[in-house]
Design a binder for this molecule. Structure first.
Ligand code: ATP
Ligand code: MG
Length: 646
């Protein structure tokens, strides 16, 4: 598509932005031509060090060997808390907004520091030490942030498990990283419902004999089965602990956390991130991509159980002494205007969410947005999936009233932070494109043989050089790390995503390699482009396109389509969708099978699970495999039932 719409940099925004295009060009060139000098300088500027590093970078992608700031010493919790106390001690660090709109709380840097120190002492009192793994199975409440920072303070490695995961999924993750302790709560709240976290944990803890301590945060006051040798009330432990706990000096390459991927493409991977490189990268991407200014109220709606939560709810903002919003609820409770009500209530200036949330709110109509002011907003962001241009336009026009730039940020659990995204004061925007690489990131598009493509090209997205925030290994399985990311195309990091680079050098993420194209009669058709075309139709809320084998054409197109509230499918609509595809893509893009779907199967992090759709369309439901990564496995059964024989 060469008719991509371009939104030039907004002059009113650029007038106050941290970086303009000339700054970006100069800094980007420095960052890739002389990474050691560049990152050394940034590390001095962004972080507080207890001891200086000896080498900035040592790496060999062929061996999956990556080390940043070797010999340096620092502590992540010191960087996010202690060093801000002098000038920002009374500034709000966390704004917590509960699931129930009458619940909210503001916590200053000084208060957060004291509570983190207390909990760090409570961890130590249970003999939890540097290097130990601590599971955190918690809702979006301040105690979760405290637990993460307290681990970082004593050098324990946190592994956060999203609170929507089942007991089995929790067990697998705790065992995978050999946790010795767990932090959980009696119950979580979400969308007006209660989630029995503690009961879930109880159901699997006998299968995790390594877990010697369970800290329980009392949130709803529900009944808890108590095991005296193992269980501790969080509130009691905090009350008993001293607020004085010096931050442990950590080596730059000491592990900070292990985080499991969403499992969209298969068995989840427990990815290990280390201290200095991760923190520097989270802090720097936060500052420049979200154009951080003192006084900003930043709200990333991602759960702390995902990488966007780690880097853009917690570490990036707090390392910059920002004010960050922590939201316990869901976008549609009590109604579909909740996000915008919270924006008004807390005067949020920068708002970052996922395409799945944007599509679902778009589907509910504009009135929910328009009944709120949103005048505090100056910048909008998205992360998690490709965003269809129509959803981007809606976000830009209706939510941001054309005033706020939209930054589409490409990020993976592996990357630690955002790799490709616009700097909002520096780059023209194109709806659906993540635009240009961040400092130090060298994307390359290669073909299946590994040949690097120059100029405009479509293919496999790889990264040629290390960046500080990148994953260091798959915990306990370095072989899997090498095989997954470095073996197929030696010398480069394989993202697993497909990418397109256009004539302006802008990058477009075209979904997972393997899911991103369908070859119909020898023509490669992009699934993301077809999905974007389908949701241009006013009656379509969501669409996912997968290929399936066809005896003549090789592959043909199956579209799963969710309609807007209240719309009934009919033959006429099917024809209209085909007409639309023909117009937007070409005559070869003809839907052979259309399946109307009340819902699409999605991962817990809100991504459409194409792998599952492909199995449904080929009647391969016996091999659906583990569907525990899906937020509602029942959706799959509905689709299997509805699937017509072919
Ligand atoms: P698994 O690796 O277990 O299959 P996953 O890849 O879904 O799961 P995450 O690390 O949570 O796990 O998600 C990263 C993926 O999300 C990226 O590889 C990409 O496919 C998608 N993604 C994230 N941000 C964007 C974006 N802005 N545009 C397009 N895709 C995105
Ligand atoms: Mg992945």
């Amino acid at each position: 598509m060469n008719n991509d719409k371009v939104y030039p940099v907004k002059p009113a925004f650029a007038a106050h932005a941290l970086l303009n295009r000339a700054d970006y060009d100069r800094l980007y060139a420095e960052s890739v031509n002389n990474p050691e000098a560049f990152w050394g300088e940034q590390a001095e500027q962004f972080l507080h060090w207890f001891g200086k590093w000896e080498t900035v970078l040592d790496w060999d992608f062929r061996k999956a060997y990556i080390r940043w700031f070797d010999g340096g010493q620092l502590n992540v919790s010191y960087n996010c808390l202690d060093r801000h106390l002098e000038h920002h001690g009374d500034q709000v660090a966390l704004i917590w907004e509960g699931d129930d709109p009458t619940h909210s709380k503001k916590i200053t840097y000084r208060e957060l520091h004291a509570e983190v120190c207390r909990f760090a002492n409570a961890l130590k009192a249970r003999n939890i030490q540097k290097g130990d793994r601590v599971g955190i199975y918690m809702p979006m409440v301040p105690e979760t942030v405290v637990a993460m920072l307290a681990c970082a303070r004593i050098g324990a490695i946190h592994t956060v498990v999203f609170s929507g995961f089942s007991p089995e999924a929790l067990k697998d993750r705790l065992l995978d990283v050999e946790c010795c302790a767990l932090v959980t709560a009696d119950e979580g709240r979400r969308g007006g419902k209660r989630i029995p976290l503690r009961a879930h944990a109880e159901a699997i803890l006998t299968a995790c004999p390594g877990v010697h301590t369970v800290f329980n945060v009392r949130l709803t006051g529900s009944e808890v089965d108590w095991q005296h040798h193992r269980d501790v009330w969080y509130q009691e432990a905090i009350a008993a602990a001293s607020p004085d706990c010096p931050a442990e000096p950590m080596d730059a390459e000491d592990p900070l956390f292990i985080l499991h991927t969403s499992g969209s493409t298969g068995r989840t991977k427990g990815l290990m991130h280390t201290t200095a490189g991760y923190l520097l990268y989270a802090a720097m991407t936060y500052r420049y991509i979200f154009d951080h200014h003192p006084g900003d109220v930043f709200w990333c709606t991602a759960d702390l159980g995902w990488v966007a939560g780690h880097s853009y709810v917690l570490y990036g903002p707090l390392c910059n002494a920002a004010t960050t919003v922590l939201f316990e609820g869901v976008p549609t409770y009590p109604d579909a205007s909740r996000f915008w009500q919270v924006v008004d209530k807390h005067q949020v200036t920068v708002f970052h969410t996922a395409p799945t949330a944007i599509r679902s709110l778009m589907n509910q109509g504009d009135a929910f947005v328009q009944q709120t002011s949103r005048s505090s907003l100056r910048l909008l962001g998205t992360v998690g999936e490709p965003i269809q241009p129509r959803a981007w336009e809606w976000y830009h026009q209706v939510v941001g009233e054309g005033r706020c730039p939209v930054v589409d940020t490409w990020c993976q659990t592996e990357t630690g932070g955002i790799l490709i995204a616009p700097l909002p004061g520096a780059m023209d925007l194109k709806p659906g494109s993540a635009t240009l690489p961040f400092f130090g990131v060298v994307p390359e598009i290669i073909d299946e043989q590994g040949v690097v493509q120059e100029g405009p090209a479509t293919g496999i997205l790889t990264i040629a050089q290390p960046w500080p925030g990148m994953v260091r290994t798959v915990y306990g399985d370095h072989h899997r790390f090498v095989e997954t990311y470095f073996a197929a195309y030696p010398g480069r990091y394989l993202s697993g995503d497909g990418g397109r680079r256009d004539e302006d050098g802008y990058y477009w993420i075209t979904d997972r390699v393997g899911d991103d194209t369908i070859t119909v009669s020898g023509h490669n058709l992009g699934t993301a482009e077809m999905e974007s075309a389908l949701i241009l139709h006013e009656k379509v809320a969501e669409a996912s396109v997968v290929g399936y084998p066809h005896s003549v054409k090789g592959q043909c197109i199956c579209a799963f389509v969710t309609l807007m509230e209240g719309v009934e499918p009919d033959e006429r609509l099917r024809k209209e969708l085909n007409t639309l595809l023909r117009k937007e893509i070409g005559p070869i893009a003809h839907i052979d099978v259309i399946q109307w779907a009340a819902n699409l199967p999605k991962t817990h992090s809100g991504k459409i699970a194409r792998r599952v759709l492909r199995k449904i369309v080929t009647h391969d439901q016996e091999n659906l495999g583990d569907t525990s990564h899906l937020s509602d496995p029942g959706v799959v059964q509905e689709l299997v039932k509805a699937r017509q024989p072919t």
